[in-house]
Design a protein around this ligand. Structure first.
Ligand SMILES: Nc1ncnc2c1ncn2[C@@H]1O[C@H](COP(=O)(O)OP(=O)(O)O)[C@@H](O)[C@H]1O
Ligand SMILES: [Mg+2]
Length: 220
């Protein structure tokens, strides 16, 4: 599903990733960990095509990034949902509208948009807040709204970059439960966190980065 072969990414004079190779199968749940500056965000950005590698090969769902035409990028992106640490919701639009936007752009009909948005909101337990504006929600609720936004297009891959970084323990537990439910539906999940408590003793796969090197591919 996701393959990196000797991938290197350099920002000016900083090597953010150095000769990184790994392979993730469809339906896996993989944590990406390592200290701040290790290269976690860079690795995820390469997957959702926000950055390009300086060398090496990346392929996703059989799409070879080196051979990818510019026109194909939006189609590939539809397969990938992204959740960030900072919520990036539009504060002047309701929760419902924030989640519906991506579907509107893709030309879905209102009836289908409504079904999908409410399904996504139910999954994150926010159906009752659909008409609220983001600033009236708690941090945990806002993050649940961004998860609904990420999954409403039914991506095959869900990428999360420190999604619990701004949340307390209770909200973190709630978010983890939602990610596990999404994974149980068959979605491939990549979850970047520097917080080892999230994966310790879970028996889940962990890719560990340090100074741009992939230093371990292990079970948490
Ligand atoms: N846009 C950028 N320009 C220059 N350096 C960057 C940029 N993005 C990240 N870096 C550097 O690349 C390294 C890896 O960063 P990052 O992938 O954000 O790590 P992490 O997410 O693990 O904290 C760090 O040294 C960081 O300062
Ligand atoms: Mg980061």
């Amino acid at each position: 599903m996701i393959k990196f072969n000797n991938v290197t990414k350099i920002y000016e004079n900083i090597t953010a990733l150095r000769n990184v190779s790994f392979s993730i199968e469809k339906g896996e749940f993989v944590y990406i960990t390592g200290p701040s500056g290790a290269g976690k965000t860079t690795l995820l950005k390469l997957i959702y095509l926000a950055e390009k590698p300086d060398s090496g090969d990346i392929s996703i769902a059989g799409w070879d990034f080196n051979a990818l035409k510019e026109k194909a990028v939006p189609y590939l992106r539809r397969n990938i949902g992204v959740v960030f640490q900072d919520f990036k919701l539009l504060n002047n639009k309701t929760v419902y509208e924030n989640i519906a936007i991506a579907l509107r752009i893709r030309g879905f009909k209102d009836k289908e948009i409504k079904e999908r948005v409410y399904d996504a909101l139910k999954l994150v337990n926010l159906r009752h807040k659909s008409d609220n504006y983001p600033p009236t929600l708690s941090g945990g609720e806002q993050q649940r709204a961004t998860i609904a936004r990420a999954i409403v297009g039914e991506p095959t891959i869900l990428i999360a970059d420190e999604p619990t970084g701004n949340l307390d323990a209770d909200n973190t537990a709630g978010i983890m439960k939602i990610f596990k439910e999404i994974h149980a539906k068959g979605t491939t999940v990549l979850f970047a966190t520097h917080n080892r408590n999230l994966f310790r003793h879970t028996g889940m796969r962990v890719l560990r980065l340090d100074s741009g090197n992939l230093v371990a591919d292990e079970i948490g």
